[in-house]
Design a protein around this ligand. Structure first.
Ligand code: ZN
Length: 290
């Protein structure tokens, strides 16, 4: 298996800016990343909004950074009355991604409507939520194509099915891609995040299927800690947990995906450390265990 980390450079490493969101704003994160020789980022909408889109674009471009994605669109399930607002919100996310030059808009699709869009009526109908996800992505495909921003569905670990994403496996995400964009004309694809898919007995079949369809838009890495102390905010640094990161990366690269490895941690532990410590640890682990 090829492994791009083996070339010793950091050109295939990207920093998802949520990883250091508590330590600094987006402009300071860009500066810190530059200090460490990182040249690829994936920012979050709220971090862009906090500094203003224009300043974010200037900072990213001025530093010569490439983006590996933009986080995030989605949160689709909602009451009918709120659906137009939800779609508008997603169209703004597409426009922001285009302004930033992002290669894809990451979709965290949402779970039950009351958790996806505040103000929606409570429902336990996860099947209906899944139908709404597919319907909303279908409604946004043309906007995304016009803006030249491919949509990338990120399946999330099933522990988030109620509140964050009712798409939980690569197979499920690819079913949606193939139903809505059978010939790949709209470049609808997936994000493969090892934290979310490592456990799936069909993960390697899913990676192969995604690769064959040209649908791999991004590859996210972190690690699964045992025990995991918090469902959302206890992701591990690569090497501290049990995910076969190198094997999964090799599988993705065997499918011809050579975009960066994007490090994405939500961790109370790592958020409490100095930004330079987080980045230097991340680089060291990228070189040794990814
Ligand atoms: Zn991710």
């Amino acid at each position: 298996l090829r492994n791009l980390a083996d070339d010793g450079s950091l050109q295939h490493l990207s920093l998802n800016t949520a990883t250091v969101r508590r330590q600094a704003d987006l402009l300071a994160i860009v500066e810190a990343a530059k200090r460490h020789g990182i040249s690829s980022l994936s920012p979050w909408r709220d971090q862009v909004e906090a500094v203003g889109l224009k300043r974010a674009v200037d900072a990213v471009r001025g530093a010569g950074f490439r983006l590996s994605g933009y986080c995030r669109g989605g949160m689709f399930p909602t009451d009918t009355e709120l659906r137009a607002d939800m779609l508008d919100d997603n169209r703004r996310a597409i426009d922001e991604a285009a302004a930033l030059g992002a290669p894809c808009l990451v979709l965290v699709v949402g779970g039950l409507p009351q958790f996806s869009r505040p103000g929606s009526s409570p429902s336990n109908d996860i099947g209906e939520a899944r139908d709404q996800v597919e319907d909303a992505i279908g409604a946004l495909l043309n906007d995304a194509m016009v803006a030249r921003v491919p949509l990338a569905i990120e399946p999330l670990h099933p522990m988030y099915a109620a509140d964050r994403a009712c798409v939980n496996t690569l197979g499920q995400a690819l079913d949606i891609c193939e139903a809505l964009d059978p010939d790949g004309r709209h470049r609808l694809g997936v994000v493969i995040d090892v934290y979310h898919v490592w456990w799936d007995p069909n993960v390697h079949a899913g990676i192969e299927r995604a690769g064959k369809g040209g649908r791999i838009h991004a590859f996210h890495i972190s690690d699964w800690l045992v025990p995991t102390r918090d469902l959302l905010l206890d992701r591990g640094m690569m090497g501290d947990g049990i995910i076969e990161i190198r094997k999964l990366r090799g599988a993705v690269e065997a499918q011809g995906f050579f975009g960066p490895c994007e490090v994405e941690l939500f961790s109370n532990d790592w958020w409490a450390r100095p930004i330079d410590e987080v980045l230097s640890t991340m680089i060291e682990r990228y070189r040794t265990v990814c």
